[in-house]
Design a protein around this ligand. Structure first.
Ligand code: M6R
Length: 617
């Protein structure tokens, strides 16, 4: 949730921290703060409630105090409201030490009680769980005079999930970090080193990164990096090159990151397919890490949250149809609490843009313990979920900065479809010719989607007319159903309008009672040429609600004459078969939600109460 950045190097820490925080702000934007050790060895901290810009506007002369060592934090509040006091960094050792934290320290109340009992003079300046950690590290530092050792002793007492970064004015040129079930990555520079919640924090300075494993402590100095486990034993690490470049996470002239990211959807699909289709066959070398397991599995379980879970719903339809394997899709947070049936013949596929969603991470860990084979579909290199899984298929959507997931969704679906066709091949469920034909359809999608995006202005106009709308319904059948759910989620999270997605066939079992004169209803209409009976069924559903006064906003194939008589608005999309149509139908709904939010004057990149990466359960 929170964004964390650490720096040691030359006297430019304030600039490095602020630019890192700017790139991490999507992780949380309730408050922001930095701590730096200036060239004279003095520790300065500044923290402010509100967005990063409030902190920047209030830095006074801190730039003059620029030093070579610093940490920075952008917060998504958990313990204690979003005010200046609860903003990070928190101080320990009588103000000589600063600490930032991402995650939740579950036993903080107990530790706080103990601190108060043993140190009657201690004063808590905030309501956070994090401050307890700062005070504990301070106490341990006084005993050890070694920051890494002090942090090591402290984390041994913490329960829960955390990334912690600390610096101490008596150890300039040193930042120490620790992580458990919360993200932290190292950036390797030349005479400088970095720490970040993800690589976006430092990608403008270096493309060389190092993963940090669970329960590890890292100490960075300008010319060295040391990693140990929580017992202090050195551990090996893996360096990787960051595939993103810094400009990929710039707004680049667009009005919002979300607008830019929607425009990048065709490229996100194309890049995810690139190199993975050769001579009409799927090539997923990443799956080699699973050995022969794919031949033995008798079931697939897909885990994800929010938009990622909707991509999993589409994957279910595709994998079951093509590979004839039963697939269950579960919200990660529901999965492990109901004693699910998972064994060595289950392939558990997690899907996550960030690779850090705590609910999904915990569900994957459960699956690993239950003996399942695990595969991650993930967009972020160096993230935790791929590290905890047997294999990973990276989507190549590039950095997604807007809180609302858009290009990551279409890339996830593309990756899932590759997996489905690969499984169909391995299990002989489809002929080579059938697979090759489906792959051709998949490869045609980026161009088709580009034509859909050309309708942005028309959709914007529609959204502009609907700013007073109080509720919108979304209907779809089969593969159109997850699209309806996604359209509703986007409208809720961006425009704060009540929205519900329904399976069109379910309407008459209750929700049709919601329809009254003028109620806007988006309907995802399947192709009339698709070889199934979906189209006439959806047309009937449209007639049922239109008869009751609904205003129909249809997303339908170009030239679908059956829709025209009943629709108030038609957003046309190119012909695609049932399973591929969602990749064309979703963008209009994303654009609609974004433009409606913008027309209401809302921040489309950073909607209220949300954070991009949900690293608490
Ligand atoms: O990083 P993840 O893909 O695991 O995130 C999952 C959800 O939190 C995410 O898709 C969320 O629903 C988005 N805000 C939707 O736009």
């Amino acid at each position: 949730m929170c964004g964390i950045v650490g720096y040691v190097g030359s006297d430019k820490s304030v600039e490095v921290l602020l630019s890192g925080l700017r790139r991490l702000e999507y992780r949380g934007y309730d408050s922001a703060g930095i701590a730096v050790i200036d060239p004279h060895g003095e520790l300065h901290t500044r923290k402010r409630a509100g967005k990063l810009q409030t902190l920047i506007d209030d830095l006074d002369g801190l730039a003059l105090a620029n030093g070579a060592t610093g940490i920075g934090h952008t917060r998504w509040a958990t313990h204690g409201g979003p005010n200046d006091q609860n903003a990070h960094p928190h101080l320990g050792d009588d103000g000589k030490l600063a600490l930032i934290h991402n995650g939740i320290i579950e036993n903080f109340a107990e530790l706080k009680r103990e601190l108060l009992e043993n140190n009657p003079d201690i004063v808590f300046a905030s309501e956070t769980d994090s401050e307890v950690a700062a005070l504990l590290v301070g106490i341990e530092y006084r005993a050890t005079k070694n920051l890494a050792e002090a942090l090591r002793r402290t984390v041994a007492r913490l329960h829960g999930a955390f990334t912690l970064l600390v610096l101490h004015k008596d150890e300039p040129g040193v930042v120490v970090g620790a992580r458990r079930n919360s993200p932290l990555v190292i950036g390797l520079g030349d005479g400088e080193n970095f720490l970040g919640s993800d690589v976006a924090a430092f990608v403008e300075h270096t493309r060389r990164a190092v993963e940090i494993g669970q329960d590890q402590i890292v100490t960075i100095r300008p010319d060295s990096v040391t990693i140990t486990d929580f017992d202090g034993a050195p551990v090996a690490s893996r360096e990787f090159e960051i595939a993103w470049d810094a400009s990929a996470s710039e707004k680049g002239g667009w009005s919002s990151f979300m607008a830019k990211e929607i425009s990048e959807e065709p490229e996100a699909i194309a890049k995810t397919l690139l190199g993975r289709i050769v001579d009409g066959e799927v090539r997923l070398h990443e799956l080699d890490a699973l050995g022969d397991a794919l031949n033995d599995i008798d079931r697939v379980v897909i885990l994800g949250c929010g938009t990622a879970a909707y991509s999993g719903m589409l994957a279910k339809y595709a994998i079951e149809k093509w590979a004839r394997i039963p697939v269950d899709v579960e919200l990660s947070h529901e999965f492990r609490y109901r004693d699910p049936i998972v064994n060595s013949r289950t392939l558990v596929v997690s899907v996550s843009q960030s690779g850090e969603t705590m609910d999904t991470l915990m569900a994957v860990k459960y699956a690993v313990q239950a003996g399942a084979r695990t595969l991650a579909i993930c967009n972020t290199q160096g993230a935790t979920i791929p590290r905890e899984s047997d294999a990973v298929i990276y989507t190549h959507a590039g950095p997604e900065v807007a809180v609302a997931s858009t290009k990551a969704f279409v890339a996830q679906v593309a990756a899932f479809y590759l997996l489905g066709l690969h499984l169909a091949d391995v299990r002989g469920a489809l002929s080579k010719a059938e697979i090759s034909g489906l792959l051709e359809e998949l490869q045609a999608l980026p161009d088709q989607l580009s034509t859909v995006l050309e309708q942005h202005e028309a959709i914007k106009q529609l959204a502009g007319w609907m700013t007073d709308t109080r509720a919108v319904l979304f209907l779809g059948r089969h593969a159109g159903y997850p699209v309806a759910l996604e359209g509703a989620l986007k409208l809720k999270e961006l425009a704060y309008i009540h929205a519900e997605g329904f399976a069109a066939g379910e309407l008459k079992h209750g929700p049709i009672a919601l329809i009254e004169a003028g109620q806007p209803v988006f309907v995802v209409v399947p192709s009339p040429r698709a070889q199934d009976s979906l189209h006439p069924k959806v047309i009937s559903n449209i007639q049922e609600i239109r008869a009751r006064g609904a205003r129909i906003l249809a997303i339908a194939e170009q030239g679908d004459a059956a829709v025209l008589p009943y629709a108030d608005v038609v957003i046309p999309i190119p012909l695609a078969s049932t399973l591929f149509e969602p990749l064309l139908a979703v963008a209009p709904l994303q654009i609609f939600a974004m433009e409606l939010a913008a027309a209401k004057g809302l921040d489309v990149d950073q909607p209220r109460n949300l954070a991009k990466s949900v690293t608490v359960e």
